[in-house]
Write a protein that binds this ligand. Structure first.
Ligand SMILES: CC(C)(COP(=O)(O)OP(=O)(O)OC[C@H]1O[C@@H](n2cnc3c(N)ncnc32)[C@H](O)[C@@H]1OP(=O)(O)O)[C@@H](O)C(=O)NCCC(=O)NCCS
Length: 144
């Protein structure tokens, strides 16, 4: 997960941050799901659930596997688990320049709910974070 995160993210998490998530159990507030083929990691998603609010905190798919539905499947699996825990609304933050991820989240049904100016560092300076939100019950109804 560390290698994949480092390969695809502009601000990858530290090994310690990943280790803490992987040590968590399914009932903990923060947990990860992975997509794999045999021993090969294809992608992962990290989510958190606190009371009736959920958050997608990290998501990555191996570039060689992009555009095969793995990202969407990971988001679906995370949202299904949130729904099972009684979460009503899921939030996330995404870089303003990250159009691939924005396309994925919009395709799933997330809507823009706000922005944080100059939130992320980039090699050229700062960039905004877009805040997106989804009503999980509506999403589950649509997918059934
Ligand atoms: C964003 C990311 C997770 C998408 O994963 P993926 O497995 O390629 O996504 P999927 O194949 O499930 O695509 C689902 C939808 O997202 C959109 N999408 C994904 N990649 C796209 C691209 N390159 N161009 C246009 N739309 C894209 C499309 O709507 C797509 O549906 P479609 O294929 O039916 O048109 C992947 O590109 C990635 O790991 N990027 C780097 C890390 C990252 O940005 N993480 C998100 C942090 S917020």
């Amino acid at each position: 997960m560390v290698a994949l995160d480092t390969a695809v993210s502009m601000n990858p998490w530290s090994p310690e941050r990943h280790r803490a998530v992987c040590a968590a159990g399914v009932c903990d507030s923060e947990s990860a799901l992975v997509a794999h083929a045999d021993a090969s990691l294809m992608g992962f998603i990290v989510m958190s659930c606190i009371a009736d609010e959920g958050e997608i905190r990290n998501l990555a798919v191996a570039p060689a596997r992009w555009r095969r539905g793995i990202g969407r499947s990971l988001v679906f699996a995370a949202l299904s688990r949130m729904a099972a825990r009684g979460v009503n609304r899921c939030y996330l933050e995404v870089r303003a320049s990250n159009w691939r991820a924005q396309n994925l989240y919009t395709a799933v049904g997330f809507q823009l709910s706000g922005e944080r100016r100059d939130y992320y560092a980039t090699p050229e300076g700062r960039e905004d974070a877009l805040l997106m939100a989804l009503n999980i019950q509506d999403y589950i109804r649509r997918e059934q």
